[in-house]
Design a protein. Structure first.
Length: 192
């Protein structure tokens, strides 16, 4: 039969659920460092300089249709689901804007060229940022995992207000409900 390459847009059943290991507990209240990140729209984005509310969802890596996943990928808690998560933020983009989100970004340690293919294929209405050199990851001490020799971000979502991390969603599971979770938090949050 050969190896069946999974559809990256579909989450398989019985994925292992990531546990809160405390690796993001230090983030709320931190000021984002002034580090420029390349965006899939050709811009350089410095999250520290953005006014208003910014939402950044970080994910390990997206797959590509027809390409095999790294060995054991589905057994790593929280690894699978980057494409469904990106699609969910795409589908809730207008709602997030209506709730006062000024900027929305995806973030991974993949390079911009790899991310650009995914952003175009999924028709994302927002840029995806590359932290391929892991400068932001290291400066913020973002939680990471190692798979197939790659240092990847663990899935989390940051809500940043005027350059300061206001809230962190971590761990994020299931990934396809991440955008809904942010929407619900924004709806319940008193306006400031």
């Amino acid at each position: 039969m050969g190896n069946v390459v999974p559809d990256p847009t579909v989450l398989p059943p019985n994925l292992p659920v990531p546990e809160n290991d405390g690796a993001a507990n230090h983030l709320p209240g931190m000021r984002v460092p002034g580090i420029a990140l390349a965006g899939t729209d050709g811009t350089q984005v410095n999250l520290a300089d953005l006014a208003g509310v910014t939402v950044v969802y970080a994910y390990p890596r997206t797959g590509r249709p027809g390409e095999a996943l790294p060995a054991g990928w589905d057994m790593i808690p929280g690894a699978r689901g980057c494409t469904p998560q990106s699609c969910a933020f795409r589908d809730h983009h207008a709602e997030l804007k209506a709730l006062g989100v000024h900027h929305l970004f995806g973030l991974s340690t993949q390079d911009t060229a790899y991310q650009h293919e995914m952003a175009m294929r999924l028709h994302l209405p927002f840029p995806v940022l590359s932290d391929a050199d892991r400068k932001l990851t290291e400066a913020l001490r973002l939680p990471t995992l190692i798979a197939a020799g790659m240092v990847l971000l663990k899935r989390l979502t940051l809500v940043i207000r005027d350059g300061v991390i206001e809230h962190v969603f971590y761990p994020v599971f299931p990934p396809d409900k991440s955008a809904e979770e942010v929407v619900a938090w924004l709806q319940d949050r008193p306006s400031t």
